[in-house]
Design a protein around this ligand. Sequence first.
Ligand SMILES: Cc1cc2nc3c(=O)[nH]c(=O)nc-3n(C[C@H](O)[C@H](O)[C@H](O)COP(=O)(O)OP(=O)(O)OC[C@H]3O[C@@H](n4cnc5c(N)ncnc54)[C@H](O)[C@@H]3O)c2cc1C
Length: 473
Amino acid sequence: MNPNIQASDSAPKEKNTQSTQQLPDFTLIGAGLVGSLLAVYLRKRGFAVDVHERRPDPRVVGAYAGRSINLALSARGIEALKKVGIDREVLGTGMPMKGRIMHSTSGATTEQAYGKEGEQIYSVSRGGLNQTLMSLAEREGARLHFEEKCIQVDPIQKQIVLEQAQAPTIRKQAYQRLIGTDGAYSALRDYMMRSDRFDYSQDYLPHGYKELSIPPTADGSFALSPDSLHIWPRGTYMMIALPNPDRTFTCTLFFPFEGNPSFNSLKDPNDIFGFFQQQFPDALALMPDLVDEYLRNPTSSLVTVRCAPWNLDSDHLLMGDAAHAIVPFYGQGMNCGFEDVRVFDELIDEHHERWDFIFPAFSAHRKANADAIADLAKANFIEMRDKVADPDFLLRKRIEARINQMYPNRWTPLYSMVTFRPDIPYHTALNRGKVQDTWMDQLMKEGDWHQNFGTKAMDDAIARGMETYTESL
Ligand SMILES: Cc1cc2nc3c(=O)[nH]c(=O)nc-3n(C[C@H](O)[C@H](O)[C@H](O)COP(=O)(O)OP(=O)(O)OC[C@H]3O[C@@H](n4cnc5c(N)ncnc54)[C@H](O)[C@@H]3O)c2cc1C
């Protein structure tokens, strides 16, 4: 460890030069959400950290258009921020959301709380959070090098090739330990794929997404209730809206690429307006720039990436989306990446800088959890776009909330396990959720709970069922 290292920020600007300076303990590729938080954690332990980020510094040039304007931050992410004392700073800028509000085509709304009283998730600005984390990383002493894109990794020579946007020049940079926090299309992972017995898969959803917006009302108020996530579920597609502190909402339309209706079929301004008038009339009334935004904003794809192992020997590691990109329907991609960082830090405590233990242990420990949340995220798309409009589904959720109230230590709904219980690993939540589903199927058959919700008969049926329910997995 070399906490006092000076320098490769006076990085050589000449072509094809090799840094001769003392190397930092860790070199990170990518100063996104996970890379910046990891840099904070590593600096807090006194390691020297260099981060190479392909984009310009967003604090200088303004936030770049990321994959979404805002993100839902929940307990796993908050837990990781808390450990380095920055949870309050981040939550102070977030918009608490206590539940979801579903909008039907008639404009009627139905509410569903996310959890118990006091349990909420937070809509935070992606750009703002990234900039905060970058500044904290620098304040702790990490060196961030912007406009340096890693275009090659040589694990044998232990050097990366960086393309600098400014000159442009190419330079080589040696490293001791390299961590790829460079997102779903990771350069490090590209090179790991060439190593023997490295598993890799990626699959795209047939749906893409487009961001739209709802501005404040004429008197400057929020146009919709700001303490909830809004959903317009429409069977095979949906739109959602998350509040922002500036009283706007960022809407995301998740829509098939092909077929009818689809991004491919909906291109004409009149058709776009007509379609929204038919499917999202209450939202359309709040979206004065809809057609312009729809035509102007990009349509992006949604990928799931799985790979294993996440380490190559004890010097190369993947973390965050570079190791496990997932679809956004559980609002967990960043939260899972932040949890990666916390777990990695716990492994350093446990194995005292034995990287030959820590890197493979991290990969083994996190892989099953990342696979679980990838599966849950895909399943939640169907729940959000389709089931949340179904009265039977909503009744089932209300009954689960009642069970949780009666047996708080034995029954936690799946959504709550994933979103509010960092002490329950994702794969345990997935398995417990499956058991609960079967158990709930049975309970739903035992009475007409639409008629008898909240009666003694319902509580008795729950109590009988709980005699056979076991939550341990
Ligand atoms: C539409 C949408 C909505 C989402 N909503 C949520 C949500 O509500 N909650 C949630 O938890 N998650 C959400 N996610 C997921 C979340 O965005 C990601 O999980 C998270 O951004 C992963 O962080 P990361 O740092 O691993 O990767 P990234 O955020 O992708 O950061 C990677 C960084 O590496 C840099 N980089 C890439 N390649 C190179 C290279 N070759 N050289 C140098 N630098 C490089 C990039 O410029 C970037 O700064 C959402 C995702 C999408 C697509």
